[in-house]
Structure formats: C-alpha cells, structure tokens
Ligand binder design. Structure first.
Ligand code: FES
Length: 216
C-alpha cells in the first residue's frame, strides 16, 4: 500500500515537475519576448532624443539644404571648400590680376560667354561667372567624367606649359578650365564647370544652394 502510494506520489510529483517545467518554459519565452520588445522600444526612444539633439544646421545639412559660408577669412587668391548635397563647392577669392586674366586670349575657350544655360544661373552669365567679380563659386566636379580638378593658380608652371594663366586642371584626362571655370578647347570636358545657385546674406556671408528664386 505504501509502495503504491509512493508510486502514485512519485508519478504525481513527476507530472507536477513536467507541468512546472512547461510553465517555466512559457514564462521564459514570455520574458524574452517582453525584454526584446522593451529593448526595441528603448532603442526607438533613444533615436528620437538623438535626432532632436541635432542642431538645426546639422539636420538641414543632412537633408541637403543650403550651406552658409563665411568669406571673412578667405585671403586673396585662396580657395576654400564647402560641401553642398554631397558635392564639393569651391569658393575662390580672385585677385585683380586673376580677374584681368579672364579677358585674355578667350579664343582658346569653348564657351567663353557661358552660352550653355545649364552650367550657371542667369546672374552668373558674365565674364567672371559670378555675382561679385572677386568671388568665384563653383561645383568642384569635372564636366567630363566627374573627377575633382586641382586648383592651379600658378602662372605657366612647368607641368602645364607657358600658356597656363591659372585655373583648374583635371589630371584624370587632362581637362583645363580658366579662373572662371570656363573649359578650354580640345580637352575631354564638354562644358564649363557648374556655378551652383547662391546668394549673399551680407558682405562676408554667402548661402550656397539657395538664391531666393533668382535662378528660376
Ligand atoms: S574627369 Fe576630368 S578630364 Fe576626365
């Protein structure tokens, strides 16, 4: 009798153990699911403060918005770079001599009067291809296959020859542009470098990528 009882008790204990085990498994699955959900919610909650922690200029930059550049510290002859929509934009402060070179020997240029309209806004369709003669603003991407040309303001360097008056040289396939980004004849690049839309906010601040509708 006692053996039967023990057996029964043992069977019932085993059943209980199996049941408890299955309950524990369910609990474990629930806890894992709940923890994962909480983890995901926590991660999402962290992203929102992260985005809201970005400054307006960082958020705007991320969206490809216009970029402001300070010209106050740019020395005569110097080129500075900013980035707009993932592209390099050059700003060159041209000297008087550089500006004078723009009217020399224009017969060597393919589009000296900037007739190809896609390459600049209307307000940059002039000899210096800019709003203010002193400041040249260009997208620094070669119009041949998209390399970034080198700024070469030096006159007649040995590697570029006696006719070089300063400008931009693309070493990829040898395209040459003058100090207004106008392409020279008989090189692979078909058109002048692009002048992006831009506008001046003050004497020393320029906004690249926005011109208040002037180029529309
Ligand atoms: S990409 Fe500039 S010359 Fe070919």
């Amino acid at each position: 009798m006692s053996a039967t009882l023990d057996n029964n008790q043992s069977a019932s204990t085993q059943k209980g153990a199996i049941k408890t085990d299955s309950v524990n498994k369910k609990k474990r699955r629930f806890l894992i699911a709940a923890t994962s959900a909480l983890g995901a919610a926590g991660a999402a909650a962290m992203v929102v403060p992260f985005l809201s922690a970005m400054s307006p200029s960082e958020r705007a930059k991320a969206a490809g918005a216009p970029v402001e550049a300070d010209l106050g510290a740019v020395a005569p002859g110097q080129l500075i770079r900013v980035e707009w929509r993932g592209k390099p934009v050059w700003i060159v402060r041209r000297t008087e001599d550089m500006l004078a070179s723009l009217s020399e020997d224009n017969g060597r240029l393919r589009d000296p009067a900037s007739e190809i309209e896609t390459q600049q806004p209307e307000y940059a369709k002039n000899e210096h291809r800019s709003i203010k003669p002193e400041y040249l603003i260009l997208i620094g991407i070669c119009t041949h296959l998209g390399c970034s040309p080198t700024y070469r303001p030096d006159i007649a360097p040995a590697d570029l020859g006696a006719n070089w008056k300063g400008g931009f040289y693309c070493p990829c396939h040898g395209s040459r542009f003058d100090l207004a980004g106008r392409v020279v004849k008989n090189v692979p690049a078909p058109t002048n470098l692009v002048v992006p839309p831009h506008m001046y906010l003050s004497d020393t601040r320029v906004l690249v990528g926005e011109d208040g509708g002037a180029s529309a």
